[in-house]
Ligand binder design. Structure first.
Ligand SMILES: Nc1nc2c(ncn2[C@@H]2O[C@H](COP(=O)(O)OP(=O)(O)OP(=O)(O)O)[C@@H](O)[C@H]2O)c(=O)[nH]1
Ligand SMILES: [Mg+2]
Length: 403
């Protein structure tokens, strides 16, 4: 028995030793392998290697352009090491659509005005008998499209005269006649260029004003795109300090086309932001500074006074080249009241009619120009970035009466 027990004990010991060897050899296999000969691509090498610049840039936080101190050129820079040329991340700056002929491209957006105004007028004028009732219906159409009382009377008188001398009325003749009379109302001899290039200095200064939600910030952004597309450098002044989101909104527009945005503290003084924007525009040698202002009700005297102050403070630099009043075309006659009050506080030099895509009241173009004696220079025809068009009377009237 003892021999048997001894044999069992020996067997257990031998097996245990063997097992230890196996475990030991397994452990050995788990030791970290020797450093590989090839470089580990997951970690940046401590030192640059030949050909590194051809690799994808390392994930290091990069300085923005503003943070980089440029040598001022007066003192020789101490050259210790060759400068490290940093690759900038690929620019995501958009290239806006060309601005020429935008109104022609966007004319389908005026379809609501076209149906209500242009088509309605042509149908009535084609009636066999143009009696008093028909002329009244024509008047109603014009008034409903917000053309305004005085211009409506002028147009109807003009049409009556000319229709009388026509023998037969072909659709082409009527269309031509209506086109001419509408063009007379809209006006073809006004200077509708947005003044951004004063002769004697840079930058051109444009301020954008209007009541809440008319599309000021959107228009400022779209206008920046138009200017950049035409080869200008643009600085945006976020003088709407009521809401932090307003400056963000403007800055986003600016970033898309590469325009620098100057902003101030929330609830800060809008006049000082506007002043700083022009100052920076001067220092940067920019072509144009666009100042977006907070929406303000024309009925609030304090806010209107503030707007007057913004203008005066900016004019310590130079006179404003343009003060654009942004009016929402869908608000109709109320826009005229706003126009009057804003014009008293800041001299309006141009009108931007926004949201013409969403209304049948395209006639407001005529009424608002009459009210202020100032031309409509730009029209908004949608929320898209390139949906702001220079106003061209011919293209506008053609869009209204269809082709
Ligand atoms: N359909 C259409 N929408 C527009 C047009 N212009 C602006 N909008 C929209 O109108 C809304 C208000 O535009 P904003 O530019 O923020 O207006 P704002 O005047 O700056 O507003 P406040 O700063 O709050 O006074 C946004 O939803 C714009 O997309 C246009 O021409 N057509
Ligand atoms: Mg705004």
């Amino acid at each position: 028995m003892d021999i048997v027990i001894l044999a069992v004990v020996i067997a257990v010991v031998v097996l245990g030793a063997l097992g230890g060897l196996v475990v030991g050899s397994r452990r050995k296999k788990q030791l970290p392998p020797p450093p590989p000969a090839a470089p580990d691509i997951t970690a940046p090498p401590a030192e640059p290697h030949v050909g590194d610049e051809a690799e994808t840039p390392r994930d290091e936080p990069r300085r923005t352009i503003e943070e980089v101190d440029l040598p001022d050129g007066s003192a020789p820079a101490a050259v210790e090491e060759p400068p490290v040329v940093e690759e900038l991340p690929p620019a995501e700056i958009e290239v806006p659509e060309p601005t020429a002929g935008r109104l022609v491209r966007l004319r389908a957006r005026l379809s609501r005005s076209q149906n209500a105004l242009g088509k309605g007028l042509l149908t009535l004028l084609s009636r066999e008998h143009l009696d008093e009732d028909t002329w009244e219906e024509i008047e109603d159409i014009l008034l409903t499209a917000d053309v305004g009382v005085q211009p409506t009377q002028e147009l109807v008188e003009g049409l009556r005269e000319r229709v009388k001398v026509l023998g037969t009325r072909t659709p082409e003749e009527l269309r031509g006649l209506l086109r001419e009379e509408l063009l007379k109302l809209v006006g073809t001899d006004m200077d509708r260029t947005v003044k951004t290039e004063p002769e004697d200095r840079k930058p051109g200064i444009v301020m954008v004003v209007g009541v809440n939600g008319t599309g000021k910030t959107t228009t400022t952004g779209k206008l920046a795109r138009v200017l950049v597309a035409d080869g200008n450098t643009v600085v945006l002044g976020a003088a709407d300090t009521f809401r932090a989101a307003a400056a963000d909104q403007l800055q986003t527009w600016g970033e898309r086309v590469g325009a620098h945005t100057v902003r101030g503290p929330e609830a800060g003084d809008p006049a000082s932001v506007a002043f700083d924007a022009v100052k920076e525009g001067k220092e940067m040698g920019s072509d144009v500074v666009l100042i977006d202002t907070a929406g303000r009700l024309h009925t609030k005297t304090g806010l209107m006074d503030e707007l007057g102050k913004v203008k005066r403070v900016v004019e310590k630099h130079a006179p404003l080249d343009e003060v654009l009043l942004v009016l929402d075309a869908t608000t109709g006659q109320n826009g005229l009241v706003q126009a009057r009050v804003f014009a008293e506080v800041v001299d309006i030099t141009g009108i931007v009619l926004t949201k013409l895509d969403g209304t049948a009241k395209g006639g407001i173009v005529v009424a608002v120009q009459r009210e202020l004696g100032v031309p409509v220079k730009l029209v908004g025809l949608g929320e898209g970035a390139d949906d702001l068009a220079p106003f061209e009377p011919e293209a506008f009237v053609d869009a209204l009466i269809g082709e």
